[in-house]
Design a binder for this molecule. Structure first.
Ligand SMILES: [Fe+2]
Ligand SMILES: [Fe+2]
Length: 465
């Protein structure tokens, strides 16, 4: 079979000799990366997976059993709009860029490489988790997320190979060489070097860290560089399932914990106590906030001015698209105190995007707290302040409690174990992780889902072991 027949695509791959040549070289390396770093122990199993085979509504979600290395990773862009225009910034209303604008070549390449690097990183972080799945349904969801993150890497590699010539091809290779958590060749962003070795970590990761991905992709889906916008628009359709896995995953843990709280001591009953869940939330929420970048950023201003990266739902939510001459007020630390500072809105766009993200997380938090209420519990979970435990931006290097009050380093260290997962927490959670693989059965520390996949029951054999 010809390469272009093996790769489902809507980019006219069969006619694009240059791209075919680049992909021919990259594909074997990708496959060996997948075999080496993809889900360990399940490569030969049949998994009930969704594959995108076209961008049409009936084509993008085709379900069948497939062995992961045989997954048909494709290249899909949302169909082009003949009259696409730059939708914001200084070039508002001009025809959208079909090629990379020369002066922004480096910046755009960096955006694409940084996004692309996260995709294989998450597969690496999650590669051991199949062995401790709480149910076959969850195992299948994990693998679905993994193969789609693989496809997202393809999406970014397509852009690099198609639009960035030789350095694009080199960047595409480098993405298969870095490794999550490897001190010598780590992944680019810190959240993607953190271990993700138990299922509570996985659910928090897909809830909080993948959700950053959603907002980054949404901002790039507004881009005046059309191939990037159309690529991200299609990726967002897949990302929705990843966020579903995270939000419902944490929710099901909370629900089970709430049930066990009624029966007695959660730990004695083999569940995950609420305070441990809270510390995991604090950890992943704060690391994921860092991914949006500094609160005050000249890059964000440049990208917006150039029409490369918009605001969340720029076209839908806003009527004024220049964001010039507007002011944003941010709390900053000055002489040991938190004080308001006014900055030009364009320089605050990372923070504006972060705000959208936080509101979305608050919505999920309400739903989880509802599960606690439904079981008659008065305890609640919360999101820590966006200043808490930050390593990037204005608040990095300062110390805050979970309410956002400025505190001393000593006090932070004294209370660290109250707020962030301890070694003991992690060991305890790990001690609960035993694979449950009989169809219809589920581990004791998590509630079953309310429905299966694609209308199938929870009892369906989602992975044939
Ligand atoms: Fe992704
Ligand atoms: Fe994702």
């Amino acid at each position: 079979m010809e390469l272009y027949e093996r790769i489902p695509n809507n980019v006219n791959l069969s006619e694009d000799k240059g791209l075919l040549r680049a992909l021919e070289k990259w594909l074997p390396n990708y496959l060996s990366w997948w075999r080496e770093m993809g889900p360990e122990g399940f490569q030969e199993k049949d998994v009930y997976l969704r594959t995108a085979v076209s961008v049409e509504p009936e084509g993008w979600a085709h379900f069948d059993y497939v062995k992961m290395p045989d997954y048909r990773w494709g290249i899909f862009l949302k169909p082009a709009d003949a009259d696409a225009r730059v939708g914001f910034g200084d070039h508002l209303g001009q025809p959208a860029y079909q090629e990379v604008p020369g002066e922004f070549r480096n910046a755009l390449r960096r955006i694409i490489v940084t996004q692309g690097d996260t995709e294989p990183a998450s597969v690496e972080q999650q590669r051991q988790l199949g062995k401790t799945c709480p149910s076959l349904y969850d195992m299948r969801n994990l693998f679905q997320v993994n193969v789609e993150e693989g496809r997202h890497l393809w999406a970014m590699v397509y852009l690099l190979q198609k639009y960035f010539g030789r350095d694009g091809r080199e960047e595409a290779e480098a993405m298969l060489e870095r490794r999550s958590g490897n001190p010598d060749k780590p992944r680019i962003l810190e959240a993607f070097n953190q271990p993700c070795d138990d299922w509570l970590n996985l659910f928090c990761f897909t809830m909080f860290t993948d959700r950053d991905g959603k907002y980054q992709l949404a901002a790039l889906a507004e881009s005046g560089f059309e191939p990037l916008a159309r690529t991200c628009q299609f990726m967002l359709t897949e990302e929705a399932h990843h966020l579903f896995v995270g939000e419902t995953g944490v929710g099901r843990v909370v629900k089970r914990t709430a049930q066990l709280m009624k029966e007695g001591d959660v730990r004695e009953l083999g569940g995950i106590p609420l305070d441990i869940i809270q510390r995991y939330i604090n950890f992943w929420f704060s690391y994921s906030l860092d991914l949006f970048g500094g609160e005050i950023s000249s890059n964000s201003a440049d990208f917006f001015a150039a029409g490369l990266k918009g605001r969340y739902q720029e076209q839908k939510k806003y009527t004024e698209h220049s964001a010039a001459n507007e002011i944003f007020t941010l709390m900053v630390v000055e002489d040991g105190h938190l004080v308001p500072r006014e900055i030009p809105l364009r320089n605050a766009l990372n923070e504006v995007l972060r705000g959208e993200y936080v509101r979305d997380c608050e919505r999920a938090m309400k739903r989880w707290n509802k599960y606690l209420e439904d079981e008659g519990q008065t305890e609640q979970l919360y999101l820590p302040s966006t200043r808490f435990h930050r390593h990037v931006g204005e608040y990095a290097g300062h110390y805050f409690d979970v309410e956002g009050n400025l505190i001393s380093k000593d006090e932070f260290e004294r209370r660290r174990n109250e707020w962030l997962p301890t070694t003991e927490d992690r060991e305890y959670v790990r001690s609960l992780m035993h694979a449950v693989t009989e169809p219809g059965k589920i581990a004791n520390w998590i509630a079953p889902p309310t429905a299966g996949i694609k209308g199938l029951p929870f009892e369906f054999e989602y992975v044939r072991l």
